[in-house]
Ligand binder design. Structure first.
Ligand code: NDP
Length: 479
């Protein structure tokens, strides 16, 4: 316990909660370290600390450009320590080095972006309908809980913490129990950058204990959650009890569409990256591929060829393109879903097992997998897998495509490949998804809103609205 990594409440590092999380390297199965886990007692303490910090006159009176300066300081520290942040994430979730490093730099850029938004966003006058001046201003909620998943902690956490603090709140960050360390380092950077103690608190712990206690705590006034749809549903139900607003970024089963007139080589490359990057552990992974029937076999063959050519290796091996899944139970879950699809008549065209390399045998690896021959109604085409598994489905025309692609409880993202921009426009407007890419895929920018339709979520992160998410509007009338 004494060796366990401590949690951060205010400016105190605490490791005597009596509970620990064990961090395992999914690439090797080796134990990384133990992390002290928050229980209800630490949640209560963190909420008290955050409330005091949020209501302190020094914080409430701090002008936006002064808050922006602090956020820029955090950005500088993350950038300077990008290797350290990247290596912590890599050891905990197994993503390849190149991606971890890019995500560390992206986290820094997110803080920089919200520093700029913080000091430039304006309030507005509303049209007067009488002898008065009316306006709307925006005020922070107070204490925000940010609850994050394991697949991209560096960026997800920056995406919540930076705008919530820019908006004037205090934040309690509960990272996934698989990836506690990037969040703890973010807490350290925030203190070093001069953020007042208590404005960012970091509580590693389980969702069932720490996460649930945070959501239900009367002192928490807003929850920003990214994770699975079932967890989101539970959080929304708990939030309803106290009538608390929430932002939910949830799961997806995104359709990636290739029309016969598309640049097939470019489409094949994007479809392959869109599902296999991060070993498929991306909320926007294009996991259902719809190919117009006349080019179906050609596209399928191209993707299989790329899947087989991916460099599967230890995440820190030079040139590694494809690492392990983030945990052994998750790998076993993915394998079970594929086995079930096989039993139901799915044709596993490539993959469907573990890589046959001795040096990877201790890790949670699962091969890039392509399945054909099942209808969109099959379980594997409807369920979010969150692994490197692509289902390939043919379609005849736009109507057939839209009927199949929209037949999903999810609506997070979609991609379209075609040379016909009229077709792209029609289909993009009719696909039920929060983000649609045309002749590109997985292009994500902090300046563009992101979120889901249907059961993929409630609310939009990113962009200037990403800061407003963490504020409530107040109307003022001056007679
Ligand atoms: P989970 O929903 O299992 O967990 C996400 C976070 O919520 C974790 O910190 C978890 O804690 C916590 N949690 C779980 N249950 C509760 C609860 N009842 N109350 C409070 N907190 C809770 O998701 P995963 O970590 O498995 O991440 C994968 C999922 O995230 C996928 O479904 C994916 O689609 C989604 N995701 C969505 C994104 C989006 O932007 N739409 C982006 C990235 C991922 P614990 O660590 O104990 O599990």
């Amino acid at each position: 316990m004494a060796d366990a990594k401590p949690m951060l409440i205010g400016d105190e590092w605490i490791n005597d909660s009596g509970a620990v999380l064990k961090s395992t390297n999914p690439a090797t199965g080796a134990t990384n370290y133990e992390v002290c886990a928050a229980t209800r007692a630490e949640v209560n303490r963190a909420v008290d600390t955050a409330r005091q910090a949020a209501s302190a006159s020094t914080w409430q009176g701090m002008l936006p450009h002064q808050r922006a300066r602090l956020l820029s300081g955090v950005a500088e520290l993350i950038e300077a320590r990008a290797d350290e942040f990247a290596s912590l994430q890599m050891r905990e979730n197994g993503k390849v080095w190149r991606e971890c490093r890019a995500q560390a730099l992206s986290a820094s850029a997110i803080f920089r972006y919200y520093a700029a938004v913080c000091e430039t966003i304006t309030e507005s006058l509303t049209p007067s309908r009488g002898n008065y001046v009316s306006m709307t201003v925006h005020e922070p909620y107070g204490v925000v809980a940010a609850i994050t998943p394991w697949n991209s902690p560096l960026t997800m956490e920056a995406q919540k913490v930076a705008p919530a603090i820019a908006a004037g709140n205090a934040v309690i960050l509960k990272p996934s129990e698989i990836t506690s360390s990037p969040a703890l380092e973010l807490g350290r950077a925030a203190l070093e950058a001069g953020l007042p103690p208590g404005i960012l608190n970091v509580l590693p712990g389980s969702g069932a204990v720490a996460g649930d206690a945070l959501v239900r705590h009367p002192g928490v006034q807003f929850v920003s959650f990214t994770g699975g749809t079932e967890s989101g549903r539970r959080i929304a139900a708990a939030a309803a009890e106290k009538l608390m607003p929430v932002a939910l970024e949830l799961g997806g089963k995104s359709p990636h569409v290739v029309f016969a007139d598309a640049d097939i080589d470019a489409a094949v490359a994007a479809v392959s990256d869109g599902i296999f990057e991060g070993s498929g552990q991306s909320c926007v992974a294009g996991s259902r591929l719809f190919v117009q029937r006349s080019v179906h076999d050609r596209v399928l063959a191209g993707i299989v060829e790329r899947a087989k050519a991916l460099r599967i290796d230890l995440p820190d091996a030079p040139g590694a393109q494809f690492g392990p899944l983030a945990s052994f139970p998750h790998r076993d879950r993915v394998a079970a879903i594929v086995d079930k699809a096989k039993a139901e008549g799915g044709d596993v065209v490539t993959g469907g097992g573990r890589p046959p390399f001795e040096k990877l045998s201790g890790g949670a690896y699962y091969l890039p997998t392509v399945i054909a021959g099942l209808a969109n109604t099959a379980g594997i085409c409807q369920q979010e897998i969150f692994g490197p598994v692509l289902c390939v489905l043919p379609f005849d025309d736009e109507d057939d495509l839209l009927q199949q692609a929209n037949d999903s409880v999810y609506g997070l993202a979609a991609g379209i490949w075609t040379a016909d921009y009229r077709c792209a426009w029609r289909v993009a407007r009719k696909l039920e998804a929060g983000t649609v890419w045309v002749n590109t895929y997985k292009q994500l920018s902090i300046s563009t809103p992101f979120g889901g339709f249907k059961q993929s979520g409630i609310g939009r992160e990113k962009g200037t609205g990403g800061l407003r998410l963490y504020q409530q509007e107040k109307s003022l009338y001056f007679g």
